[in-house]
Design a protein around this ligand. Structure first.
Ligand SMILES: [Mg+2]
Length: 218
C-alpha cells in the first residue's frame, strides 16, 4: 500500500479545530490587508470567494492578483498560529503501516511540516506534496490527482519502491468527501476520516478519527 494523508482535520482531528481556526483568522486578516476596509467586510468577501472560487486563495488570485507565496508567507507566521498537540500514539500508528506514507495537502508544505513536527510524527512521513507543487490548483480538481500520481511515480522510483500496479493500493485518507470523490473515480482506496455519521455508499471505509485506522483490515 501507498498511504496518502490529507493534513488539516485528517492527521489532526476535529477536536483540534482551533488549529485550522487560527489559520482562518490569518486568512481573513490577509483579505482585509488586500482589499482594505474593516475585518467584518473582509470576512464577507472571503466567504464570497470561498463560494465562487472554492478557496479564498483562488478568489484572491483571480480578483486581486495575489501572489500565492505572499499569501502563505503572511498566514504562516508561527507566532500567530496554533499547532496540534504532541501525538505519540499517531506516530506509532503511522509507523505500523506497511508502505510509504505521504501528505497530499491543499496547503503550502511549511504549514503541514510545522504541524507534524509539533505532533512528533514527521519522521513517519516520507514526503509532502503540496499546493505549490500543484501549481496552486488543488484538490478536488482532477489535475491535482493526475499530478499526484506523477509525483508519486518519481518519488517511489527514488525510494526504490515499485509503483502500485493496482490503483486500489493507493490509499487516500481525507476529512472532505469532495476531495475523496476524484480519488474514488481513479480507483484509489478511499478512507473518509470524519466524525459525521453519514457515509456515502461509494466510500471504501469510514472512520471517525485517524486512530481508528488501526481497526481497519486493508
Ligand atoms: Mg482536510
Amino acid at each position: 500500500m501507498v498511504w496518502l494523508f490529507d493534513y488539516d482535520l485528517t492527521l489532526y482531528g476535529t477536536e483540534e479545530r482551533c488549529v485550522i481556526n487560527s489559520l482562518d483568522h490569518r486568512i481573513s486578516l490577509f483579505v482585509q490587508k488586500t482589499v482594505g476596509g474593516d475585518f467584518e467586510s473582509a470576512h464577507k468577501i472571503r466567504t464570497d470567494y470561498l463560494e465562487r472560487f472554492g478557496t479564498t486563495l483562488a478568489g484572491l488570485m483571480a480578483m486581486n492578483n495575489t501572489d500565492p507565496d505572499d499569501f502563505f508567507d503572511f498566514i504562516h507566521v508561527p507566532d500567530f498560529l496554533t499547532y496540534p498537540k504532541k501525538a505519540p500514539e499517531k506516530l506509532a500508528l503511522l509507523q505500523s503501516l506497511k508502505g510509504p506514507r505521504f501528505v497530499f495537502t491543499n496547503g503550502r508544505h511549511d504549514w503541514s511540516e510545522a504541524g507534524m513536527a509539533h505532533m512528533g510524527i514527521d519522521s513517519a512521513i516520507d514526503g509532502v506534496f503540496d499546493l505549490k507543487q500543484l501549481d496552486w490548483v488543488g484538490k478536488p480538481h482532477d489535475s491535482a490527482y493526475v499530478k499526484m500520481e506523477k509525483w508519486l511515480a518519481e518519488k517511489l522510483a527514488g525510494m526504490g519502491v515499485a509503483y502500485p500496479e493496482n490503483p486500489k493500493e493507493i490509499v487516500l485518507l481525507e476529512d472532505s468527501l469532495r476531495n475523496l470523490e476524484p480519488a474514488h473515480r481513479r480507483g484509489w482506496t478511499t478512507i473518509f476520516v470524519n466524525p459525521t455519521t453519514d457515509t456515502p455508499n461509494w466510500v471504501d471505509f469510514h472512520i471517525p478519527h485517524l486512530m481508528n485506522l488501526a481497526d481497519l483490515k486493508l
